[in-house]
Design a protein around this ligand. Structure first.
Ligand code: GLU
Length: 410
């Protein structure tokens, strides 16, 4: 981030950017104190990583990206590709077809465990390698090259830029990947894997070798957080229902055998990779990417985990850390001299907002002559809220009150 010496113009975004990035710098200063861990060394490309690299980036659903540290340094995405390729497989084949081949249950086991459901042979979930190899193989295409191109294009759409494969990492993954091949054969034997093992694992090794930065991870996470629409490019990459399903699987399975403690400490759906990256998302708010190569015994970045704990705390993002006073959709209530009441709404109307509004309307039942609910500034209304409002308005009308709801989106 460059800091110009002059005061910013009144409309400048710089003070906000500096405030956000300053907070991210402080998160990194804390995370840097975490010791221990070791850089993955099963292939030379990962063993060569600089253990001092440290980055964090946050992308908002408003399309802004903030970063600190080595946030533009490339590294291989590794297992962080898994939720995104899962989303792409569901986009191509639909929920049922994918669910018939890969489950949703957290295995509580390491990433490369043989977690296959007794009876069906389905891998427990798409975040462990067995499940990821199957989901990757489900993305269709006439040739292996075209299939992988579809995966790469999909990952790029999530990131909002063309992502490239690190060919050396791919070659090493392929040369040392016998355990993944073994997982492939096990799923082939049960009829779950739809492709020859070598085709399937090659695509998986390639997707693991895609180069990203912490900023890319933040935007990819923000795309899931933004109901599947990349907030930087505006592209609808997957449907809202697919983004929701992907985040759900990340929440329970994304951090392998650390998923439970993770949900307690950070409280966000997330996915880690042995390249040192970790991605998290707060639905409706932000995507977060962190990067630091040394890993703990479960394959999660030691400082990356601490950085995400820091961001979650600093920005109060824990999913179960809600506001004690629910947001109200009521902007104003004006009572005219003749008892004509105008209630103006704005923003989202969910169940709680509808409940507050109904309480407000009921409060005027005795004295008002008419009530007009001006909902033209409402951006979104939950179906359940619309139903309750309709019932309440009907009840007030039956009592003789003239109630008009104006402009509630359908
Ligand atoms: N390429 C690695 C493997 O499948 C990815 C593991 C990970 O990032 O957790 O062994």
């Amino acid at each position: 981030m460059s800091t110009a010496p002059t005061d910013p113009a009144p409309g400048s975004a710089r003070p906000l950017v500096e405030a956000v990035e300053g907070a991210l710098e402080r998160v990194l200063d804390e995370a840097r104190l975490a010791r221990g861990g070791a850089v993955a060394d099963y292939i030379p490309e990962l063993a060569r990583a600089n253990p001092e690299h440290l980055a964090v980036a946050v992308a908002s659903v408003g399309g802004n990206v903030y970063g600190a540290g080595d946030d533009r340094h490339p590294f291989t995405i590794q297992s962080i590709s898994k939720p995104f390729v899962y989303a792409l497989a569901v986009r191509e084949l639909g929920f049922d077809e994918v669910a018939g081949r890969v489950g949703f249950e957290p295995s509580g086991e390491p990433f490369n465990a043989i977690s296959l459901e007794p009876g069906t042979g389905r891998p427990a979930n798409p975040m462990i390698n067995a499940g990821a190899i199957v989901t990757s193989a489900l993305v269709p295409g006439p040739t292996p090259a075209e299939r992988f191109e579809r995966i790469r294009a999909g990952l790029s759409a999530f990131a909002g830029r063309q992502l490239e494969v690190d060919e050396r990492t791919f070659a090493s993954e392929r040369a040392t990947g016998d355990r993944n091949r073994a997982l492939g054969y096990l799923t082939l034997a049960t009829g779950i894997l739809p492709l020859p093992v070598d085709d399937a694992v090659d695509a998986y090794f390639r997707q693991c070798s895609v180069l990203v930065t912490a900023r890319d991870l933040a935007v990819m996470g923000a795309t899931l957080a933004h109901a599947g629409v990349n907030p930087v490019t505006g592209e609808a990459v997957v449907d809202p229902a697919i983004a929701k399903r992907t985040l759900s699987v990340m929440a329970t399975c994304g951090m392998y055998d650390y998923s439970g403690e993770w949900l307690v400490r950070v409280g966000l759906p997330a996915k880690s990779g042995v390249g040192g990256g970790v991605l998290a998302a707060q639905p409706g708010q932000v995507g977060i990417g962190v990067f630091s190569p040394p890993l703990d015994g479960r394959g999660n970045s030691v400082r990356g985990v601490e950085a995400l704990v820091g961001v979650s705390q600093a920005y109060e993002l824990h999913l179960f850390d809600h506001l004690t006073r629910p947001r109200s959709a009521i902007e104003s209530v004006v009572v005219g001299p003749d008892g004509d009441v105008v209630v103006t709404l704005r923003g989202e109307v969910d169940f709680i907002a509808a409940e507050q509004l109904v309480d407000e309307l009921r409060g005027h039942a005795g004295e008002a002559r008419s009530i007009r609910v001006d909902a033209r500034a409402v951006t979104d209304v939950r179906a359940v809220a619309a139903r309750f409002l309709a019932v309440a308005a009907g009840h007030l009308r039956a009592g003789g009150l003239d109630v008009v709801v104006d402009g509630l989106p359908g």
